[in-house]
Design a protein around this ligand. Structure first.
Ligand SMILES: [Ca+2]
Ligand SMILES: [Ca+2]
Length: 211
């Protein structure tokens, strides 16, 4: 009986020790996993653009000649058929107070400085940009900017910092024309409102957590 107790105590201690070692290994493995799943370090990328039109409210219909929202997808490509002709291609004119929602090709992460670049053609129409990780979560504004230079060309843009939204990573970008803040009594014309050529994400992160 005495020997038996000693035997079981020893066995228990041995088993406890094994559990202790297994526990340590599991803890290390789990903390390793959580390290990688939460380490969403922002990586600079040059091929992250709007991939899909998730919503659009293009105004000044009937007057606006540039009403195709899909012109805002992919890399910037806007231009003028003949210089000075005012016959343009490659952008969508949102119209006065018009807007567009784009789903980006990858999550856009909050990296150092600005993270979202909106290519706005022709002039420097003001616009406001909101972001959200999904269509069901809140869209948060990153502010209003005069986008580009007055009388500027087709490669001009303005940039926004996701940090302003409080999100670490987003997938949807909502762009709204704010030309009224520049010219309060603005009326509809051929390329009314902000002319969106492309929306680019400058940073992404390691893990695709967005849907
Ligand atoms: Ca940032
Ligand atoms: Ca375009």
């Amino acid at each position: 009986m005495k020997k038996n107790l000693y035997y079981w105590r020893k066995k228990f201690q041995k088993t406890s020790f094994h559990f202790f070692i297994i526990g340590i290994i599991l803890t290390l493995l789990l903390s390793g996993c959580s390290y990688f799943s939460t380490n969403k370090e922002a990586i600079r990328v040059d091929n992250l653009y709007g991939q899909e039109v998730a919503g659009a409210n293009i105004t000044c219909q009937g007057v606006n000649r540039y009403t195709d929202p899909s012109e805002a997808l992919g890399p910037p490509n806007a231009g003028e058929f003949v210089r000075g002709s005012r016959n343009y291609y490659g952008f969508v004119s949102l119209g006065i107070d018009g807007s567009i929602v784009l789903r980006m090709s990858m999550p856009v992460a909050d990296g150092p400085g600005n993270d979202i670049r909106v290519y706005q053609s022709v002039s420097n129409e003001p616009l406001e940009v909101w972001v959200s990780p999904s269509m069901t979560e809140e869209f948060v504004s990153m502010g209003i900017k005069n986008c580009g230079k007055r009388g500027g060309g087709f490669d001009q843009y303005c940039e926004f910092d996701i940090k302003e939204s409080g999100y670490k990573s987003i997938r949807y970008v909502f762009v709204k024309d704010k030309q009224r803040t520049q010219i309060p009594d603005i009326y509809c014309y051929e390329s009314a409102g902000a002319d969106i050529d492309a929306v680019q994400g400058l940073y992404t992160n390691l893990i695709d957590t967005a849907n």
